[in-house]
Design a protein around this ligand. Sequence first.
Ligand code: PGU
Length: 400
Amino acid sequence: MAQRNSNIARLTAGYLFPEIARRRQEFSASHPNAKIISLGVGNTTEPILPHIANGLVQGAQRLSRTETYMGYMDEGLLELREQINKVIYAGQFNTDEIFISDGSKCDIGRLQWLFGPGARPVVQDPSYPVYVDGSVLAGAAGAANEYGYDGIIYMPCVLENEYFPDLSKIGKESLIYFCSPNNPTGAVSTKEQLKMLVEKALKTDSIIIFDAAYSEYIRDDALPKTIYAVDGAERCAIEVNSFSKSAGFTGVRLGWSVVPKALKFSGGESVNADWSRVQSTIFNGASNIAQFGALAALDVEGQKEIRELTGFYLENAGLIRGALRELGIECTGGDNSPYIWARFPGENSWQTFERILEKCHVVSTPGSGFGAAGEGYIRFSAFSHRDNVEEACQRLKTRL
Ligand code: PGU
């Protein structure tokens, strides 16, 4: 028999969201009449709006005609890369610095091939589980310890530091995962804070993987939507983003990464050239239908629809936060992000998760699933139908 990858054996728990789904099912089996509402996984629920949906339809129809048929397109549509550059980055890049993909989670997994087992991962704690679990899979982490994994540096982001970490923990030649608007805390870093992060990365010869998956939720114009709003970021940062949470493409699958040519490894080699090599070796390009949907999402009408859809989820977030605050529960997030991060002192996160499920029949996400510093917190997702959010708020207010 072929041997198992020993890195997989090192993972301490199953992936967070399937574990939540398992507990939900277990509860449902023993309470068949309970109408369970999910404010758990960040999965979009509302239909794709008409203009963007029409882009997808047009994309599909192109494939049925000889003149417009397309097959493999490893690098992605040139027109789409041009539009991303123009609309999101004000023309800051060349099209060969933008890579189209099937989503940011997949890109994060593949980016880890660039750095391999020698990477020195640094994460915000709590953080989106893929940064840590993916690092373990890539062999860039050691054994599990009481806090997390050996070899991974955790930077706590808690109420006391207003969810922006102490950067002094970042050592030489680190690989820093950073997410803003943040999943799960909902905190958004200011330009000043990102400037500090970029300065630290440049000083320590580190590379940042900046996850901007929720950038379209930013309503405060003073807050940066991309790490490249900071000078020098093109020399130390890769950015990943996607249409999942902005246009409702969670099931369509379309994202991108920016890997500037100015970015070099410690030995001076081009990160862009290696990324191109990795992508062409283990990825065969994103769906061309999805790419036509993305093109529609980037024109004037599509941008209006993105604002409308993200606005809807932000209103949900406001309702959830309002209900929690009425109960005197301390919480953050929800104004420029679709997540509410709520503190429940006196019990651990899984206990709170179970209590909310049992009393309110509402599924949430336990903060400890995002890292040790998330213990004692619960994440509520705003991705749900409005009537479900209203009902969930009512139940939280009356039964918790
Ligand atoms: N980056 C962040 C920070 C995310 O929260 C998510 C989704 C992604 C990337 C994935 O984006 P794609 O472009 O669709 O690949 N987070 C959700 C879904 C759970 C999951 O495992 O991805 C969440 O509930 O945290």
